[in-house]
Design a protein around this ligand. Structure first.
Ligand code: ATP
Ligand code: MG
Length: 345
């Protein structure tokens, strides 16, 4: 018997009335069932990046009804089946703390900067870095592509990275320079970074379907997702006040997607953002009349917001703008050929 037939038989054997069966995955999430009768539906769900039972729980009925070929009745059945497999959502703080123990930090390449972030860029969260041009957003992104692959503190083993580039500023050669600094094989480093250029905000969203599928397929292998920059295409695709509501709605969908991905697959999500003149600033005594774009939607979605500004020469200053558990401190770092490093006094 061929292996694929084996698989089908095995799946059929495991078939339950619930339409679903439990298969443990790397972080105790549950893979979607592989029963042949449900294969078509599962394919449809996977095509929009829903790969786990947890993923079903994280998607509204309304959003699922919008998936081509899924009727309301079908969605209800899927929801019901998924509901049976997961608890009602409550857990004790102790249980939750056990889950939080899986959280890891990826070093920025600068100890000072890491300290500011409580150890580095955190998994299961969105970290947003915003600042004016040349403040180092893209350089930090490149550095993280390499450092995410290195073993780190508290048993962090390192892993692969996905980089979504909206401004055409990704340079593989920069990764080589940075890999050299860390004494790691350059080709291997490049091999572990999946790169995609997004051309429209819609395309950017579609790429997230692929990202979720990839994270699911290679469970636990990917540690970091970078979007440099998160807002650039939204800015182009939606113009003026008339389209702002629509832009924010689409942005909210994308960010909620990113949040879910970070939690579901225990990865760090790092996004960069631009700034714009604040038209209201003239009315107040604000020292810095510029602010990050994306409004409240982005402000609330980002777990940690870092504002970047230029210092002397290659120095840059990072400031915690908003964090659930870190004080509003500053750190100075430097941008060098080998990526982000500590600033030399
Ligand atoms: P933008 O808003 O335009 O995207 P950014 O915040 O992404 O800007 P970066 O491209 O990350 O800015 O940073 C640019 C800075 O990094 C420049 O000051 C440049 O001198 C420095 N830089 C770029 N490459 C190197 C390198 N190979 N060695 C040293 N410094 C570099
Ligand atoms: Mg940039």
């Amino acid at each position: 018997m061929k292996a694929s037939e084996d698989q089908v038989v095995e799946d059929a054997a495991a078939y339950q009335d619930d339409d679903v069966r439990i298969k443990p995955s790397f972080c105790s999430h549950v893979f979607l069932p592989l029963h042949p009768q449900n294969m078509a539906d599962i394919k449809k769900l996977k095509s929009v990046g829903i790969c786990t039972v947890k993923g079903i729980q994280m998607t509204t009925r309304r959003a699922m009804c919008n998936i081509k070929g899924l009727s309301e009745a079908k969605v209800e059945k899927i929801k019901e089946a998924a509901g049976k497999m997961l608890t009602n959502g409550f857990q004790t703080a102790f249980e939750y703390s056990t889950k939080r123990r899986q959280v890891f930090h990826i070093t920025t390449g600068s100890l000072e900067f890491d300290k500011l972030l409580g150890g580095g860029v955190e998994s299961m969260a969105i970290t947003e870095a915003f600042g004016e041009f040349r403040t180092g957003k893209t350089q930090i992104s490149h550095t993280l592509c390499v450092t995410a692959q290195l073993p780190g503190e508290n048993g962090y083993s390192g892993g692969k990275v996905i980089f979504i580039d909206t401004e055409n500023t990704f340079r593989p050669d920069r990764l080589r320079d940075i890999a050299e600094r860390f004494n790691v094989d350059q080709d291997a480093v490049l091999d572990n970074v999946l790169y995609a250029r997004a051309y429209t905000s819609e395309h950017q969203m579609e790429l997230l379907d692929f990202v979720a599928a990839k994270f699911h397929e290679e469970g636990g292998v990917f540690k970091l997702l970078i979007i440099d920059s998160i807002m650039a295409l939204f800015r182009v695709d939606f113009s003026g006040r008339g389209e702002l509501a629509e832009r924010q709605q689409k942005l909210a969908q994308m960010l909620s997607r990113l949040q879910k991905i970070s939690e579901e697959y225990n990865v760090a999500v790092f996004v960069t953002n631009q700034m714009t003149a604040d038209p209201g600033a003239g009315m107040t005594f604000q020292a810095d009349p510029k602010k990050p774009i994306g409004g409240h939607i982005l402000a609330h979605a980002s777990t940690t917001r870092i504002s970047l500004r230029k210092g002397r020469g290659e120095m840059r200053i990072a400031k915690i703008f908003d964090s659930p558990d870190m004080p509003e401190n500053e750190a100075t770092f430097a941008i060098t050929a080998g990526g982000v490093t500590d600033a030399k006094e």
